[in-house]
Every structure is written in structure tokens, then in C-alpha cells.
Design a protein around this ligand. Structure first.
Ligand code: IMP
Length: 425
């Protein structure tokens, strides 16, 4: 077993950070393959909270290396702040964090464009971190890559052309067109500070594969936010799915042995877009409070609802998922009964998976299961869960058509049932 992908099976925020943190000690290399500073997870280092958006949480495990690969988009300001925060807490970062020279750079114009769009008449509730415009520039073949920050002769003309391309849009929306010269100076300076980290990471990954090292490939966001498979257009701009790991990290599909999909025991979504199982009012508020469901990047309250099996089925299918890691089961403790959305109804028809369109019109079909009241945080094996919790887990397995491996029963590392080496399957 050499490569394991950890992928979000819902709308992001499934607890990938915790699962990667649990699996990282078994891996030689943790590779982040998509997304940017729109993602975020909170870690506790020596009793202090650090929020990481770009550096994989594997950095906290001594010895292991972390790659931020070419499928990501990087905001150098955020990256430098994270590297400095980690170094200040005694974490060795130089030589352990490797940044792809091919990853595209999020620049001030991208953040401005994201902001101008979101304040316009068709917002989708982005994180306003410039993610969409940066990926747009990548596909439009006018993007700026991390390697460009190391060479003034390359960066200056590219940046000037890039800003000119966006000028009509920025001016039409009443924005102030950023000054290319000033940005170039600032980004070249940051490039110099990042020089020790920037390299061709795909060759590092390839060498690791050749040497039989164990790779943990970490996705960002979730399947329902994937640009191809999610609830388009209310999606992010990259391939969050496991397939994205190949192009994003620079490996062939034959290298991947296992895909672990992270799914919360209920569902959440941040930003706009349809969410069939959403709970409004008190029930939604109670779940939000119990699960501390507030975005780690934007602080926005997350929309909360019942677990959506049609969406999870899609995730099992498009990711080729070999196993589900179920998170936050403990948050459901104390509810009298639980609902599982087992299918949808649309115009009199029953659907087992989300439709191509009209996702905003589907009506969830629920199955009701009994809840449990006893604390489950100390449970280390599935068989020690209360009967109702075990039945809930088994029902998800049956309905999703995928085995559940580890179960997270609380926020700490120790609050995990059935943890095992993901490379030992
Ligand atoms: P963007 O990725 O900032 O362009 O935002 C596009 C959509 O993806 C919005 O609905 C965001 O709320 C959502 N999104 C982006 N990153 C995350 C994440 O890490 N967790 C949850 N939602 C996210």
C-alpha cells in the first residue's frame, strides 16, 4: 500500500483535518492537491490554537514532509504567515514544507474580483479568498505561478498583462485597478522569502513513490463542491474529488491504493446553493451549537441538516471510495430521534442520487431512527457504541454502499473508534 487519498464526501468541513492528523504518523509524505486558503482547519500546538489554510496538518508530526502541490492555488501572504506562526511555535518548517513551482498564485486582483462579484447581483457565497478568479486565470492561460515569483523578468510582464485583462471588469464594477508595479515588488519580495520552499514537487512525489514511501493525499473542500461533480454553479473551482489527486499532485491513477471519504454523521454547508436536508430554526441551531459549526476560514455559521445519503452515494461512486471515515457522531448524542435522507422525490419520481439539475426542487425522503443519550466520547471500538448509535452507523453503511472504517466520537485525537494504519489494508 503506497498511496491513500483522503477526500471530503459532502460539502467540505467534514473533519478532514482531524483524520489527516490521525493518519499522518503512518505516512512519509502528506500532499495537499487542490484548493487554496478557502479551506481551513484549527490545530492545537503546545496548547495554542493555530489555524492552517494551506500547510497540511501533517506538519505537526516530527519528521514527515508536507507538499503543497500544483493543483492548489496559493496566497503567499497566507502561506508566509502560516510558516512563521509554525516556526514561532518551534515547528521545523524549512526542508519539510515543499511548495510547487507550478501552483498558481492568488494575487490582490483575484481577491478584489471575488469581492466585487460577491457584492454584485449573483453572489454564490464564496470565501472571498480569490480562489475562483485564480483558477479562471489558470485555465485562461494567463495565470502567475509560484516559480514566477522567483524571477522579476518573468513576473513583471505577466502580471501587467494579467491586470490589463481584468481592467474592464474591475472598472465596470467601480473597483480600483491595482498597481502592477507595486504588486510585483511586494510579490517578488515574498518570493525571495519563499525561495527555500519552492520546487518541482511532482518529481519529489514521484521519487517518493519509486522508493516505496507512503503518500497521504489530502483533498480540500468536498465532493458536492467539486467543479465537475458538485451542485454547479454553487461549487468551488477545482476538482476536490479523489481523481483531482492525480493531476493535482502529479501521480498516475495506478499509484492510488485506497480512497477514504470523510463524511460527517449529519450534513453542513457554508455559502449559497441548494441543501435539501437543511434544518431551519431551533433544530438547525441546536446542531450548529452542538457541533460548533462555524467556518474556520470566514467564521460564517454553517447551515446544518440531516445526513444526505443520495449525496453520499454520489461521493462513494465518483471517488471510487473504499471506505468512509465517519466524523462527529458524538454531536448527535441526546437527540430523541434521527433522520436519514434515504432518497429524494422529484416530480413524482424517486431518485437515489442528486439530479443533474433541479437540485433545489428535490424533496428528501426520510427514514427515522431512534437516538441515544449516553456519552460516546470514550468509545474505542464500534461494538461498544450504544445500540442505537451502532444501528445508525450500520444503516449509513448499507444505504451508502460503502464500509465505515474509523468513527470520530469527539474533537480530540483520542476520541476515535477503530483507528488503524490506513496503509496496512
Ligand atoms: P470559493 O471556493 O471561495 O470560491 O467558494 C465557493 C463555494 O465553496 C462557497 O459556497 C464556499 O462557501 C464553499 N467553500 C469553499 N471552501 C470551503 C471549505 O473549505 N469548506 C466549506 N465550504 C467551502
Amino acid at each position: 500500500m503506497s498511496a491513500v487519498v483522503v477526500v471530503g464526501a459532502q460539502w467540505g468541513d467534514e473533519g478532514k483535518g482531524k483524520v489527516v492528523d490521525l493518519y499522518a504518523p503512518y505516512a512519509d509524505l502528506v500532499v495537499r492537491y487542490a484548493g487554496g486558503a478557502n479551506a481551513g482547519h484549527t490545530l492545537v500546538v503546545k496548547g495554542e490554537k493555530v489555524i492552517l489554510h494551506l500547510v497540511p496538518s501533517g506538519i505537526l508530526h516530527p519528521g514527515g514532509r508536507c507538499v503543497i502541490a500544483q493543483g492548489t492555488v496559493l496566497d503567499p501572504e497566507v502561506l508566509l504567515a502560516e510558516l512563521e506562526a509554525l516556526a514561532a511555535r518551534g515547528v521545523q518548517v524549512e526542508g519539510r514544507v515543499l511548495v510547487s513551482n507550478r501552483a498558481h498564485v492568488v494575487m490582490p486582483q483575484h481577491k478584489l474580483i471575488d469581492e466585487l462579484r460577491e457584492t454584485g447581483d449573483q453572489p454564490i457565497g464564496t470565501t472571498k479568498r480569490g480562489i475562483g478568479p485564480t483558477y479562471e486565470d489558470k485555465v485562461a492561460r494567463r495565470g502567475i505561478r509560484m516559480g514566477d515569483l522567483l524571477d522579476a523578468g518573468r513576473l513583471r510582464p505577466k502580471l501587467a498583462q494579467n491586470i490589463e485583462a481584468w481592467r474592464p471588469f474591475i472598472e465596470a464594477r467601480g473597483g480600483e485597478v491595482p498597481d502592477a508595479k507595486a504588486i510585483a515588488a511586494r510579490y517578488l519580495e515574498m518570493g525571495e522569502r519563499l525561495r527555500p520552499y519552492i520546487q518541482d514537487t511532482a518529481t519529489v512525489v514521484a521519487d517518493a513513490v519509486r522508493q516505496g514511501k507512503r503518500l497521504l493525499l489530502e483533498g480540500a473542500q468536498g465532493t458536492m463542491l467539486d467543479i465537475d461533480h458538485g451542485t454547479y454553479p454553487f461549487v468551488t473551482s477545482s476538482n476536490a474529488v479523489a481523481g483531482g489527486a492525480c493531476a493535482g499532485a502529479g501521480i498516475g491513477p495506478t499509484v492510488i491504493d485506497e480512497v477514504i471519504g470523510i463524511a460527517k454523521a449529519y450534513a453542513t454547508r457554508v455559502g449559497g446553493g441548494p441543501f435539501p436536508t437543511e434544518l431551519h430554526g431551533e433544530a438547525g441551531d441546536a446542531l450548529r451549537t452542538a457541533g460548533a459549526e462555524f467556518g474556520s476560514t470566514t467564521g460564517r455559521p454553517r447551515r446544518c441538516g440531516w445526513l444526505d445519503l443520495p449525496a453520499l452515494r454520489l461521493a462513494v461512486r465518483v471517488n471510487g471510495m473504499s471506505e468512509i471515515a465517519l466524523t462527529k457522531l458524538d454531536v448527535l448524542t441526546g437527540l430523541d430521534e434521527l433522520k436519514l435522507c434515504v432518497a429524494y422525490e422529484l416530480d413524482g419520481e424517486r431518485l437515489d442520487e442528486p439530479p443533474y439539475d433541479a437540485f433545489d426542487r428535490v424533496v428528501p425522503i426520510y427514514e427515522t431512527l431512534p437516538g441515544w443519550s449516553e456519552s460516546i466520547q470514550a468509545v474505542e471500538r464500534r461494538e461498544d457504541l450504544p445500540d442505537a448509535a451502532r444501528r445508525y452507523v450500520e444503516r449509513i453503511e448499507t444505504l451508502a454502499g460503502c464500509e465505515i472504517g474509523i468513527i470520530s466520537v469527539g474533537p480530540d485525537r483520542v476520541h476515535t473508534a477503530d483507528l488503524r494504519d490506513p496503509f496496512a489494508r
